[in-house]
Design a protein around this ligand. Structure first.
Ligand code: HEC
Ligand code: HEC
Length: 321
């Protein structure tokens, strides 16, 4: 949401009451503004839940951790003098381009590997970051709020924005794949993790489809697995992304209706972590990894990438509700 939109929403009850000359009391108006503020918090929490908590699990158990909890990150990004503006700017900068260079948590990078790059709307990112600035997510009070939120969400029907829904589904699938992939690379090294991708990538995207009640697949113009070849329409979208990138423009997701379904395309970009398996053969991909790839994927085209390139897209097929 743009700042102006937030401002507009916050002001709406005020303008309303003035223009319609109702006799709303000041207290009612304040309550409405407080309500809107709560809705913004709820929106931020629901974004954090679908996009970040899969890896940055708010529960404190240490087993199976694939990323530091957000309160630790908050501590690193915050000191007495940090303003909200600086905090948001620094965090958004990292998330838009996770790299060792941009990281201020070298220990976390060592323990968990660099965070995978995902695509978010800038406004959503700002909302999440400013929520993290304003809420100490380590307190009992916050945990109580979080539990309440989760319960409420479970039985609340929501208005559907298919572009956002599809983005959440794509990001959640990516988070889930990324989490398991990072764990496999950590445990077995890149060569060992090839088998994981070979046997698990499609089942994981499929099972996410069931969980999220949508069809999710990953396709590419240069697929490793020939089953992931992009069709003509998907290829056109990928080409469009490449052209926009060359011109330094931001490329948006695409959502359209087809056969009474809503289809969304969301780009998948490369980062440092992908190079071990999709980078330059012999340089970034070791010969051990390479020979595993060649054996399982004799027609492999998915190498020779550098960072921040389009590796493929998520295609999310949603039922129209
Ligand atoms: C697929 C797993 C995954 C998801 C999903 C994820 N992260 Fe991360 N994130 C990591 C890992 C791993 C690290 C630790 C390594 C690092 O710092 O890059 C990390 C580190 C960070 C850092 C610290 C960066 C630094 O300075 O090193 C920030 C900030 C962050 N994440 C924010 C977020 C936010 C906000 C979201 C949701 C919008 C999110 N992450 C989603 C895996 C993930
Ligand atoms: C451990 C090796 C490994 C790493 C690391 C890795 N991949 Fe892959 N990737 C594979 C394998 C193997 C496949 C084929 C999976 C299959 O059979 O469906 C694949 C397939 C894909 C596909 C589906 C299209 C295709 O080519 O078949 C995409 C998209 C993709 N990877 C993106 C990424 C991105 C983005 C990263 C970094 C965040 C990454 N991968 C990191 C091994 C890896």
């Amino acid at each position: 949401m743009k700042n102006t939109t937030i401002a507009a929403i916050l002001l709406l009850p005020v303008i309303w009451s003035i223009s319609s000359c109702t006799n709303n009391s000041a207290q009612e108006i304040t309550e409405k503004i407080v309500d809107e503020k709560l809705n913004t918090d709820d929106k931020a929490l629901s974004l954090l839940k679908t996009n970040c908590f899969t890896c940055h699990n708010p529960n404190l158990e240490t087993e199976n951790r694939v990323a530091p909890p957000l309160f630790k990150i908050r501590e690193h990004y915050l000191d007495d003098k940090t303003t909200e503006e600086e905090f948001v700017k620094n965090m958004v900068h990292f998330i838009n381009n996770p790299s060792e260079e941009n990281s201020i948590m070298p220990g976390a990078v060592r323990n968990f590997g660099i965070m995978p790059k995902m695509s978010f709307k800038d406004d959503d990112l700002k909302l999440m970051a400013s929520y993290l600035f304003n809420n100490d997510v380590s307190t009992d009070e916050w945990y109580a709020k979080w539990e309440k939120f989760e319960k409420e969400q479970a039985d609340k029907p929501q208005e559907i924005n298919y572009e956002d829904l599809g983005r959440n589904i794509a990001n959640e699938t990516k988070a889930n794949l990324g989490k398991k992939l990072m764990a496999a690379v950590k445990e077995k090294g890149a060569a060992g993790a090839i088998e994981f991708c070979n046997t698990q990538a499609i089942p994981i995207t499929d099972s996410m489809s069931v969980v999220l009640n949508a069809n999710v697949k990953r396709v590419s113009d240069k697929p490793r697995n020939p089953n992931n070849q992009a069709n003509a329409d998907e290829l056109a979208y990928i080409e469009g992304w490449k052209k926009a990138k060359q011109k330094g423009e931001k490329f948006e997701a695409k959502v359209f209706e087809s056969n009474s379904k809503m289809i969304g395309y969301y780009p998948i970009e490369t980062n440092d972590m992908c190079m071990k398996c999709h980078g330059t053969p012999e340089k970034q991909i070791t010969s051990e990894t390479l020979s595993k790839i060649k054996k399982l994927y004799p027609t492999d085209k998915a190498f020779g990438y550098s960072e921040n390139e389009i590796r493929g897209i998520f295609v999310v097929e949603m039922n129209k509700k």
